[in-house]
Ligand binder design. Structure first.
Ligand code: SF4
Length: 154
């Protein structure tokens, strides 16, 4: 979970990144392409065929990235802007004890038509496990948001 300069929230949390809306002005796509990719330094249990077929990805643990200075770190966007669920990030809000206003999926549209129902359910369950926070969602697909949630739309 990251602190942010966005003045209407305290933090961003991105258990899902990537978006297929294709807006020309998208800032998130630029960031994901600038800092994306990963280096396969160890065996992974990724099913590449499934990822290519479905055009979405799910990962259980961070993938490593070797930068041009020879440093190894976690890849923030291993599949660039391809919609990706990072299951290892789902427990992050629980680690923040003090309540915050959290912008959920600032690097995605969680309610895009391509997002599996199971991803949304997993994110909501993670929110329920850390009720000390306020969770803010932004979407271009308000119909799905309204259908999938009992939360109020502002
Ligand atoms: S909806 Fe948002 S994240 Fe998706 S392409 Fe448009 S600006 Fe980018």
């Amino acid at each position: 979970m990251n602190k942010t300069k966005i003045d209407w929230c305290d933090s961003t949390w991105n258990p899902v990144t990537g978006c297929l809306h294709g807006c020309e002005y998208c800032y998130a796509r630029n960031i994901a392409h600038r800092f994306g990719g990963f280096t396969e330094l160890e065996d992974t249990d990724l099913d590449y065929e499934k990822i290519c077929e479905s055009n979405i990805a799910e990962i259980e643990k961070p993938l490593k990235y070797l930068n041009d200075k020879g440093k190894i770190g976690k890849s923030a966007y291993p599949f660039f802007f391809k919609p990706t669920l990072y299951r290892y990030k789902l427990n992050e809000p629980q680690k923040w004890k003090k309540g915050r206003n959290i912008f959920v999926c600032s690097m995605a549209d969680l309610f895009g038509s391509w997002v599996p129902d199971s991803w949304i359910e997993e994110v909501f369950k993670a929110c329920e496990k850390a009720p000390q926070h306020n969770y803010l969602f932004l979407t271009k697909n308000t119909d799905r948001y309204a259908r999938d949630t009992t939360y109020q739309i502002f």
